[in-house]
Design a protein around this ligand. Structure first.
Ligand code: BGC
Length: 631
């Protein structure tokens, strides 16, 4: 959210006043409020409520507030907003309609950074890529239900996830939030997660629609692709997720598509999403993704989120004026409101209020995250069957990755602050999208539990020479290697710091070395030939330490399938140099998607290039889908 989180001065501009709480708020459900009858279909309930609303009430539903105090901005959130939350839309008490309380995100309940309040401590799922690697929609649905229940128990009724932009760009900074490079896999997994979230009376928001596939220049770039190729790739993932999960909302993205901002693209919103796919829910903007009133309203945007991030409050007084002058027809406002209400009724937001009073069973929720990770860990290499590790050996050396304290997680709006606090506090960056957060699920402790009779030693790995000396004496070495990534910036496809050097030196000293990767996405592995085994653990989530230990010692087979391609070199990519490299900040540029629909392994297959991914058998995969999938 970096972008305009600094741009917030223009906020003295006219904003519609919040409707005053009505004296009849406590009025009992009655024949005068038939939309509160849960036996009626959601669309009918929406029509009935809409018919009872004033123009001001309708306008209040399409206009969102940031939920948190913004540093350096003349902005105070409405008092009813939850501290440190991503967003808030007032309710209409007179009609018995609750506010919408919004939180990130697809990996668990996040907290916006501020020194003004305590972080919510919640359970984090492993990376979206780990869940995708399970190829198991049942697990994805359970994970969705777990984070949906934590959201509801925290007082939220809208969860801003899952993210399902295709991982077109291995350097994309938010790959850890997404699902795959393949639209079928991404759509099926995200669809299942949506079902799980919404089973808890929380609206799921499928994001970021569409083609928001890199962070560099995300507010200004134009993703250029033919309509047909878009429909067969990135859009297909959304189409499938919508069919499978029926999310209440879709979030339009920051970037432009073929020159037009996604939140004012009539082609993306009105034609494809609402027209061709018949999406009955509402479109909300990403935080700062709106650029016009009439243009967005007519293109199909239904709700402006957290207006302080936009240059102006486009759906505030400006929308009111556009309605008065007829530039936006009254029927369009009714359509926006009807869509929002329908989703609220359909997800049970009105019938099952999120009071924030429910208790959270942290051990049970961590177990859900752990089972997800156990199936999501991918065995990339296992020379000579070095894995699983024996429980009897002389010395086992564990190196790096703060494995003595926890497992890594990604940064930005999706960061979940864990129960027990950050296991490695104080790591940079101190401001957003940091800090770098480690979840206190330490692999080392879990490894010791797996092999109580083995002499286990830990080195943090900063001193390469010391690591080499210790490795030469050990029977086996497990080396944890990390790549931290965060929203708002892309990453090189490499491990952080001098870890490549560390791995090369340690594997040379001890050929029985297992490398465990905790990465955002694919990394180049110049030492691959020397490592005996390599496991891709992604960001392992709140049960990650135990999951890793169980896989390393063979309690669980590493059965994850790669949901994306590891290139052998950047030269193999459609863009060897990341689009936008060297372009001054804020200057628009084109990202020409020359791969078209051939994302990831399809690009490699088309170009006849060697890749590290095993061929996916999507036909076999489809046998795992629930029997009623697609109905
Ligand atoms: C991100 C969204 C997020 C929103 C609210 C934006 O910067 O792109 O994914 O849901 O902020 O925090």
């Amino acid at each position: 959210m970096l972008h305009s989180r600094a741009l917030l001065l223009a906020l003295t501009l006219a904003v519609l006043p919040l409707p005053a709480p009505s004296a009849s708020a406590a009025a009992p459900q009655s024949a005068q409020r038939p939309w509160l009858d849960p036996s009626l279909p959601p669309g009918r309930r929406a029509d009935l409520a809409l018919a009872a609303m004033t123009r001001a009430e309708k306008l209040s539903l399409v206009f969102g507030y940031m939920g948190s105090v913004m540093p350096s901005a003349h902005y105070t959130p409405p008092p009813q907003a939850l501290p440190g939350s991503a967003g808030f839309v007032p309710g209409i008490a007179r009609l018995g309609l609750p506010p919408q309380w919004l939180t990130d995100g697809g990996l668990g309940v996040a907290t916006q950074r501020s020194s003004l309040y305590a972080y919510r401590e919640r359970t984090a799922l492993p990376s979206g890529l780990a869940t995708a690697a399970t190829w198991n929609p049942g697990l994805a649905e359970k994970g969705g239900a777990m984070i949906g229940a934590e959201a509801h128990a925290s007082g939220f009724n809208v969860l801003l996830g899952p993210g399902l932009d295709l991982v077109r760009e291995v350097r994309g900074g938010r790959s850890f939030e997404y699902a795959a490079e393949d639209p079928l896999l991404a759509g099926m997994i995200a669809g299942a997660e949506i079902r799980g979230i919404q089973s808890q009376h929380v609206i799921a928001v499928a994001k970021h629609y569409a083609l928001n596939d890199q962070e560099t220049g995300r507010n200004v770039l134009s993703a250029n692709i033919s309509a047909a190729a878009a429909r067969e790739s990135d859009l297909l993932a959304f189409e499938l997720a919508l069919e499978q999960g029926g999310p209440g909302a879709v979030m339009c993205s920051y970037n432009r598509v073929n020159g037009v901002h996604a939140c004012e693209s009539g082609w993306l919103l009105d034609r494809v999403l609402k027209g061709d796919w018949g999406f009955p829910g509402y479109v909300m903007s990403d935080w700062g993704a709106v650029h016009g009133t009439v243009s967005s309203a007519l293109a199909g945007l239904d709700q402006e989120s957290a207006y302080v991030f936009d240059r102006k409050p486009y759906f505030g007084a400006a929308l009111s004026a556009a309605l008065a002058s007829g530039r936006v027809p009254a029927a369009r406002l009714d359509d926006m409101v009807r869509r929002i209400l329908r989703s609220m009724f359909a997800a049970g937001v009105v019938d099952h209020p999120a009071t924030g009073a429910a208790a959270i069973d942290f051990p049970a929720d961590a177990a859900v995250a752990q089972s997800d990770e156990e199936e999501g860990i991918v065995l990339l290499k296992n020379a000579g069957g070095i894995l699983p590790l024996p429980r009897a050996m002389g010395e086992l050396l564990v190196i790096g990755g703060h494995a003595d304290r926890g497992v890594l997680s990604g940064g930005g709006s999706s960061t979940v602050f864990p129960a027990g606090g950050n296991a490695v506090p104080g790591l940079p960056p101190s401001g957003w999208p940091g800090p770098e957060v480690y979840l206190p699920s330490a692999p080392l402790g879990a490894i010791m539990g797996e092999a109580p009779r083995v002499n286990i030693r830990y080195l943090e790995g900063a001193d390469i020479a010391a690591a080499v000396r210790a490795a030469a004496r050990a029977d086996r070495v497990i080396l944890f290697a990390t790549q931290w990534s965060a929203e708002s910036r892309d990453v090189p496809a490499t491990l952080d710091g001098d870890q490549d050097e560390l791995i090369a030196a340690v594997t040379a000293a001890n050929p029985h070395t297992v490398v465990v990767l905790e990465t955002n996405g694919p990394v180049l592995m110049p030492w691959l030939g020397k490592a005996a085994a390599v496991l891709e653990a992604w960001y392992p989530g709140s049960g990650g330490g135990a999951a890793l230990a169980r896989v390393l010692f063979g309690d669980v087979d590493p059965s994850g399938h790669l949901p994306l391609t590891f290139p052998a070199s950047l030269e193999q990519l459609p863009h060897p140099v990341l689009p936008g490299t060297g372009v001054p900040e804020g200057q628009p540029f084109d990202a020409d998607y020359k791969a078209g629909a051939a994302v990831g392994y399809k690009w490699f297959d088309e170009s006849g290039m060697k890749r590290l991914r095993r061929r996916a058998d999507l036909h076999t995969l489809s046998l795992q889908w629930p029997a009623d999938a697609g109905q």
